[in-house]
Design a protein around this ligand. Structure first.
Ligand code: BG6
Length: 461
């Protein structure tokens, strides 16, 4: 059976400023929390490689964009670095950064790649973190100013805007599990951060609408379908709460303008409700999105809690469940489950009014891909092709069932830097030699080209 996709489908890849740009001398960029954390604790980062050492997109973007176009991409999601535009987070604009991003977006149009532009990918300017970061209400207004500045500066070149990438990750990694700076463990502070992120998002959408900028605006959320161990009431309840924490916390405000009631009740019961105002809630209610980006990597499997942490944590309400039949990506430790993408698509259709959405990230990070080099120097990443193939089969089935999905972006185009893992796992359609900065198309890159040029899902081999 041949799976086909609509002729105007967005085929592309995603990356972010902190993971791809790198720093150029005298570029006027200010420090963000990743620059600072690496400076303070380089030992936390794989091979002690930090955000300065990335795939040098800032230097090579003209060639990189042509290369990405040559493997069929018609769209690309990247992010603007807030600390590049506003080195202090607010105040004076860095004019070099304005010229830089205008040239990137112009080049994208020249080569035939539609810009999907995200405003925030985990990279808070350090001066704002020093004010308390997302716990401080002032940062919400600073974000709204930054967002409307970008709409004014680049609105003639960008028609697809996104406010945040994976806002729940900022909450869980920064304030519960210590994978992101400031690496604290405090659920009350986490709730305040989450609330401010939802509000900042809605304020940016409001600014976009009131400025009457052309195009559409949305948010990118990482969704994982939640599967209970079995259908017994205690495991189903665990799944319901996990869903509120990790999916509905941002999905509901973005699409419905409300927060999930079980989550509100739970936070209230633990005296962890954030400070809020009725006026804020009205802004959130009135500013739902035009388009949703969905990052899908893995499902979440849960069971009733197995222990009680000392303070409120997600684990207070559910525990991880290891499904005996799972297939794992051992390098990242994530389950591979393509059916999850179908289930998400159908849920968006049935429970959220079938919004316009696209797959904003999907991909497979693998360590030491040099093992798979053939005699021509090409990485034979058939495991990645299989991964894409199986997820796209699921997506095609969802489209046939009426899902309103308009595109599919892989993570990522050119191997890029990843947070604490740095360059350990590679995700790209194009390999990067970090030492020489040489780019080489992988087998998956050619496979993706065939897909993007025909809208027909090619076989794996
Ligand atoms: C997503 C993020 O969560 O997953 C990316 O938006 C990230 O920034 C990607 O790089 C892959 O995860 P990781 O941790 O392996 O880089």
């Amino acid at each position: 059976m041949k799976y086909t996709f609509p002729h105007n489908f967005y085929w592309g890849s995603a990356t972010s400023a902190p993971q791809s740009e790198g720093h150029l001398p005298d570029d006027g960029k200010g420090q963000n929390i990743w620059d600072y954390w690496f400076e303070e604790n380089p030992e936390l980062f794989f091979d002690q490689v930090g955000p300065q050492t990335t795939s040098t997109f800032a230097k090579n973007y003209r060639e990189d964009l042509r290369l990405l176009r040559s493997i069929g991409l018609n769209s690309l999601r990247l992010s603007i670095s807030w600390s590049r535009i506003f080195p202090e987070g607010t105040g004076e604009i860095n004019e070099q950064a304005v010229a830089f991003y205008r040239d990137i977006f112009t080049t994208m149009h020249e080569v035939g790649i539609e810009p999907f532009v995200n405003l925030f990918h985990f990279d808070l300017p350090l001066p704002l973190q020093n004010l308390g970061g997302w716990e401080n209400r002032h940062v919400v207004s600073a974000f709204a100013t930054y967002a409307s500045t970008c709409f004014s500066l680049f609105g003639d070149l960008v028609a697809h805007w996104f406010t945040f990438n994976e806002p729940i990750v900022i909450v869980e990694c920064g304030y519960l599990y210590q994978f992101h700076y400031p690496a604290v463990v405090d659920s009350k502070r986490a709730a305040q951060v989450g609330y401010h992120l939802a509000l900042a998002h809605a304020c940016a959408v409001a600014a976009f609408r009131s400025g009457k900028f052309p195009g559409e605006i949305g948010i990118i959320v990482n969704l994982s379908p939640i599967y209970p161990k079995d259908l017994s009431p205690e495991h189903k309840q665990a799944a319901l709460i996990a869903d509120c924490f990790f999916n509905r916390s941002f999905l509901d405000p973005a699409l419905k303008g409300t927060f999930p009631q079980p989550l509100v009740d739970l936070l209230q019961a633990h005296d962890a409700l954030p400070n809020y105002t009725e006026h804020d809630l009205a802004i959130i209610a009135e500013n739902t999105v035009d388009i949703l980006g969905v990052n899908y990597y893995q499902p979440r499997r849960v069971q009733a809690p197995t222990h009680q942490p000392e303070q409120l944590m997600p684990e207070t309400y559910f525990a991880h469940y290891e499904w005996p039949e799972r297939i794992m990506n051992p390098y990242r430790g994530w389950e591979i489950y393509p059916q999850g993408l179908f289930d998400l698509a159908i849920r968006l259709k049935n429970d959220y009014g079938n919004p316009r959405w696209y797959v904003a990230e999907n991909g497979m990070g693998v360590e030491n891909e040099q093992r798979f080099l053939d005699e021509t120097g090409q990485i034979q990443d058939t495991y990645r092709i299989q991964f894409f193939h199986d997820h796209l089969s699921a997506l095609a089935s969802a489209l046939a069932s009426g899902a309103n999905c308009v595109g599919y972006h892989v993570w990522t185009g050119i191997d890029n830097w990843s947070w604490l893992n740095a360059y350990k796992n590679r995700y790209g359609l194009i390999a990067l030699d970090l030492a020489t900065q040489t780019r080489t198309v992988k087998r998956s890159g050619l496979w993706f080209k065939a897909l993007a040029e025909t809208n027909v899902l090619p076989d794996v081999e």
